[in-house]
Structure formats: C-alpha cells, structure tokens
Write a protein that binds this ligand. Structure first.
Ligand code: GLU
Length: 425
C-alpha cells in the first residue's frame, strides 16, 4: 500500500506545467524496469515562499512573491535558475524544478533539481528596483541555498549581472566571497567562459545530431526560432554559422521572416540597438501564430511553456522540434506531433547545455582554476552528443519517443539514487 494523497498546495488549472510534468512522469512508468518510488517524484522535497518588500524609486513600497523549490536532492545539490516574470507562480516553479532534476540526470551531472522565481515584471521596473528585489529575495532564501546545497543560475528575466548581485548578497551575508553559490556569473567574478551561449549551443548540437541520423544536411536547412532571448539568440547564431537558413524568428513584440534566410549577425545587432527583432529591415513582419506553421527542417521553441498545444500542433510542418525552452510542448501536442511524424528532441535533453556549463563553472569555482573557452565548448559538445546518442539508441530499441526515452533514462537514474540512499530515518 502507498499512501500518496494529492498535494494540497498546487495552484494551477489543469493543463498547467505541473500537470504536464505529472503526465510525462506517468507516461514513462510502463518502460521502467523498476518504477518503485516514482510517486516520490510527484512531490517536491522542499518549498520556500517568501515575501519581498522593496522601496520603489518613487519612495512607495511594493510587495512581491518569491519562491524557491527544491524538487529533488537525491543525486546532488539543487540546481536551477531564477525566473523574473509576471506569470511566475508556485506550480510553474515546481514544474521547472522537476524538469531540472530530469535534465541533470539525463546529461549525468551530479545535481538535483531546483528552481526559483519572483512574480514581477522586470520590464516595468528600474534596474535599481530589480536589484533590490533580487537582493532581498536572496537574503530571504539564504537559508536553503549555498554552493553545496542549492545553486541558482539565470533563467527568463535574469542574466549575468543579476547573478553578480546573487553572489554578492549571499557573500555579504556570509562575510566572505562565495563564487560557487551561483552560476552564470560574469567572468570577472568567477563565471565561466562559454556559459552565456551554452544553452543555445546545446540546442544546436542536438539538431545536428538528429540531422545526422535523419540524413538532413545542415547546409541550407530551414530553421524557425521562437524567442530571441539568451537561448534563441545563441541557437540562431549557431545554426547560421553552420550554413542553415534561419527564416523566421520572434520575440514578445512580434515575429519577422525572410524566405532566403535572415542575416543573423545583423539581426543580433538590430536587437542590441532596438531591443526587439521587430522592424529588422531585411525581413517582413509575420503573424506570431504563423511561425509554428512554416515548412522547415527545425522548429526551435525558445520562449516559455505551453506554446505547442493540441490547437496548433496539427499545423506544425517542421521535420523536428528542438526544445530550447522548458516545457514548450504539452503532452497532447506531443501525441499529435508523433502521429504526424514530427520528431521532438525534448527540453530535458535539448536545453541541458546551459546547466552543463553551469556545472563546469561550479567545478572551476571550487578548483579556482579556469578552463579555456575551446575546452569548455569541446566538453559541452561531448556531453551533449553522448547524451543524445544514449536517448536516441534507447528510443530506437524500445520504439518510444525521444521524450519518453529521455525520461526513462533520467527517472531511472534518480530512482536508483533514491533507492541506494534509502528512506530516512
Ligand atoms: N535556467 C537554465 C535551465 O532552465 C539553466 C539552469 C542552470 O544553469 O542551473 O536549464
């Protein structure tokens, strides 16, 4: 008998990211040689909800809600980003933390899974206000983070500068400099070369590996990228450098397209100057929804969760979806894509390049010895290729999707760790 009551604090509608995660977990059960203990992965290990009062530049007070969720610490310290976004809520952070557990296990790096977030709109706040939010948030969750406990990193709405404030705030509270408390820091304070582009690079390596197995040449391959933040931007540059044609991209403000392929370096410059892909001279505007319907080799969702759903999945004409974002495809959409022969390289594999180089950064911080960018990129590519091959091979053997295969490997590793450690006390 297992007493496994549903969690009373889940705060989302059906179809939200946490329910999607639970469904993904249910789907792997039949393929696991030993699924005992899997119900434990439906319950985050530890959750902290904090109030973040700050003084705005105007002198008025504002209050924000912050979270840190540690989904599993079975394989090592918690690891995962901090998200600043108006849609952040507890269930979303729970799902993102669980996906981190799976991601670290898929690529075999010694971390558990965690995630944090503050429900706020950084685009409506000044830099100073964001800094005060981040510093107060870190002070509040100070008790449960640390280089051997739980290590934050950038995510949607956060960047290297914000990680510098994370590192500084934690260090000030400790009375000594602790670079290993966070990753994705600026290189000047113990960050790693190659971390900035690592997620996008990993996405590209997965696309390339898939292409080899499908006999798709990268030269001239058509690519669509949804989202032009840290992940989409770096991925687009990698595809472009390899001779692929990035024909359409989008961001929160809109989408653009050029059938002959966008001049990605020029686009990157345009975004740096104007803050958006919109208005890029050598492209036509495109309806954001039409982005998913273009006939391409690779579709890269690199924005938020629940973008490919049962509504638009039937119209996806890509040969493959390579998930740069976390949770961009719903389980229903997965089924539809599968029936239409669209291969999906799942998020927990495709976007694991970021946390992989975070791991390198953490190791370098401990050793106080830093590697060259070539070495980092080579090690990253090796881990991505090996992980891709393991997922691909199992999918072929068992005749399952790449997502199910990735989950079989990840869940198997986490459950093995949990079983070895046993139940305390
Ligand atoms: N936020 C990134 C992710 O979702 C990176 C996490 C990390 O480096 O710890 O994978």
């Amino acid at each position: 008998m297992i007493y496994d009551p549903p969690l009373s604090y889940v705060s989302e509608e059906p179809g939200g990211p946490w329910s999607n995660y639970l469904e993904q977990l249910d789907r792997v059960r039949p393929y696991l040689p030993d699924a005992s203990g899997i119900e434990g992965l439906k319950r985050p290990k530890r959750i902290m909800i904090v109030d973040i009062p700050i003084r705005l530049d105007s002198g008025d007070m504002a209050y924000f809600e912050g979270y840190r969720v540690q989904h599993s610490l079975a394989r090592g310290p918690g690891k995962g980003g901090i998200r600043l976004h108006p849609a952040v809520n507890l269930s979303e952070v729970m799902a993102l933390a669980a996906w981190m557990t799976m991601k670290c296990a898929v690529v075999g790096i010694p971390f558990g899974g965690a995630k944090g977030g503050v429900r706020c709109d950084p685009t409506m706040l000044s830099q100073h206000e964001v800094e005060r939010i981040v510093r107060r948030y870190i002070s509040e969750i100070n008790l449960i983070i640390g280089p051997k406990i739980d290590i934050p990193a950038p995510d949607v709405g956060t960047n290297a500068q914000i990680m510098a404030w994370v590192m500084d705030t934690y260090s000030m509270n400790k009375g000594r400099t602790v670079p290993g408390v966070t990753t994705g820091k600026p290189v000047a304070i113990g960050g790693s070369l190659g971390r900035q582009d690592a997620t996008g690079r990993g996405v590209y390596v997965c696309a390339e590996e898939l292409g080899k197995r499908l006999n798709l040449s990268m030269a001239g391959a058509r690519v669509v990228v949804q989202g032009f933040g840290n992940v989409g931007n770096a991925a687009a540059r990698c595809f472009h450098r390899a001779g692929a044609k990035v024909i359409a991209v989008s961001d929160v403000r809109g989408a653009i397209m050029n059938h002959r392929g966008l001049d990605v370096p020029a686009l990157v410059q345009h975004v740096a100057q104007t803050g958006s892909v919109v208005g890029f001279p050598e492209a036509e505007p495109l309806d954001g929804m039409a982005l998913f319907e273009l006939e391409v080799e690779y579709l890269v969702p690199a924005a938020l969760e629940n973008q490919i759903t049962e509504r638009n999945a039937p119209r996806v004409k890509a040969k493959a979806v390579v998930e740069g974002a976390n949770g961009p495809t719903t389980p229903d959409a997965d089924d539809i894509l599968g029936r239409h022969g669209v291969l999906v390289v799942p998020d927990i594999l495709a976007n694991a390049g970021g946390v992989t180089v975070s791991y390198f950064e953490w190791v370098q911080d401990f050793n106080e010895y830093f590697w060259s960018e070539e070495e980092i990129n080579a090690r990253l590519a090796r881990i991505m290729r090996d992980s891709f091959q393991a997922v691909w091979q199992l999918a072929q053997e068992r005749k399952i999707t790449l997502r199910t295969s990735a989950y079989v490997l990840a869940v198997g590793r986490v459950l093995e760790a949990k079983r070895m450690r046993g139940v305390y006390p």
